[in-house]
Design a protein around this ligand. Structure first.
Ligand code: FMN
Length: 386
């Protein structure tokens, strides 16, 4: 579809979400869209972002938005990228390759999850040199070394250690939908698939999604417990020692994802990380966590390291809120998958377009060319209890 038509029909992420819901089987939708517990943290991400306000400027004349930014010495045309999403290819057929290519075309970073359905070897060459690899920490040092070597050889420049999944989260909505771990295609799930023909045909063409990066290690783990999920068998809850080991074994950029406390900053700095990723995993892990945007200012005050931000971004204005409160770069997880579910391979480029326009429109209201010039300009941060 022509970009103008797409814009007329799906001007916001909310439109992509509505359409995606009608095209993705229910159990997959619940996996993508749910938080944990009563979803208080998921909702808090939204309400706390809404509470960040600016005073619009007047009589500032024409201001051309300048969205370029530099991160890790590399210039980026836009201040955002794609967050890691496990089993991305279950959400939409071939998701990882579509996203990596769309990201490379737009010059934005794409993060491949350890538990994606495609391997670093397949995806790395598609990322245009802007691939980041997200690590769920393998317990076995041999597997750990092998994964780092694979990520490096496939051209990933940054390693992202996720630290907010020390245990599996319960995600009750997911459980209610009939999704098991590992997924088993019961008659109930098959009935849900039958109602979503585009997804079903695409999935039949690309093969049953599985965590392909872990294939070489599957024999090891199957011996341990043949019924359990290879992803969970492999990983451990990392500790500070683990982080130091990673720093010694990864020469590229090292990012720690899932940080919410300023008190953790000195430890991260002395472990030699290159950036901190402030995130509550979109409210999917712990339902009493602060909203990411609430946690951000204190972490900004505690460090000069680059800060990456995610959890709940629904448009350009949200990105400006995060950047104004200290983020250097913003990532989106679910929105890119709503875009895929709604529009297939056309989705990611359209979403990037929405975000670019929304950034420019809101900067225009504020009379500011560069998002980073909004630092210190937040008018109010009224926090409502959720
Ligand atoms: C379906 C789904 C799967 C995810 N899988 C991973 C993962 O494998 N590794 C990881 O570090 N984060 C994972 N995340 C968290 C995202 O990287 C990111 O922190 C979060 O989605 C950002 O919030 P947003 O979805 O509101 O943009 C996942 C999120 C979703 C929605």
């Amino acid at each position: 579809m022509h970009p103008m038509d797409l814009n007329a029909r799906y001007p916001a992420i909310a439109d992509l979400r509505t359409r995606a819901r009608r095209r993705i089987p229910h159990f997959v939708w619940e996996y993508l869209d749910s938080g944990t517990g009563t979803e208080a943290t998921l909702k808090r991400n939204r309400s706390t972002l809404d509470a960040v306000r600016f005073a619009p400027s007047i009589l500032h004349g024409e201001v051309a938005a300048d969205l370029g930014t530099t991160l890790f010495g590399q210039d980026h045309p836009l201040p955002f990228g794609i967050a890691p999403v496990g089993m991305s290819g279950l959400i939409w057929p071939d998701a990882e390759r579509i996203l990596a290519r769309a990201a490379a075309r737009a010059g934005v970073p794409y993060t491949l999850s350890t538990v994606a359905t495609q391997t670093p070897e397949t995806v790395g060459p598609l990322t245009g040199g802007q691939g980041w690899f997200q690590l769920y920490p393998p317990r076995d040092p041999e597997i750990r070394r092998d994964m780092l070597a694979r990520a490096r050889d496939a051209g990933f420049t940054a390693l992202v250690l996720t630290v907010d999944v020390p245990v599996a989260s319960r995600r009750e909505r997911q459980v209610r939908s009939g999704l098991t771990n590992p997924p088993r295609l019961t008659p109930r799930l098959l009935a849900q698939v039958a109602m979503r023909p585009a997804w079903a045909v695409g999935t039949a063409m690309h093969g049953m999604p599985r965590m392909r990066t872990l294939d070489p290690y599957a024999a090891d783990t199957a011996a341990r417990d043949p019924t359990a999920h290879v992803g969970y068998l492999l990983r451990t809850a990392p500790d500070w020692e683990y982080l130091r080991w990673l720093r010694d074994h990864w020469e590229g950029t090292l990012i720690v994802k899932g940080v919410l406390r300023a008190a953790d900053v000195p430890g991260l700095e002395s472990a030699g990380v290159d950036a901190i990723w402030v995130s509550n995993h979109a409210g999917r892990q712990f339902d009493a966590a602060p909203a990411s945007i609430e946690a951000l200012p204190a972490i900004r005050a505690a460090t000069d390291l680059p800060l990456i931000f995610d959890s709940g971004i629904e448009g350009g204005l949200d990105m400006l809120r995060a950047i104004a409160l200290g983020a250097d770069f913003v990532m989106l997880g679910r929105a890119f998958h709503y875009a895929l579910g709604a529009l297939g391979r056309e989705g990611p480029a359209h979403l990037i377009n929405i975000l670019r326009r929304d950034l420019a429109a809101n900067l225009g209201q504020l009379g500011v060319a560069r998002p980073v010039d909004l630092r210190g300009q937040v008018l109010a941060r009224e926090t409502r209890a959720q």
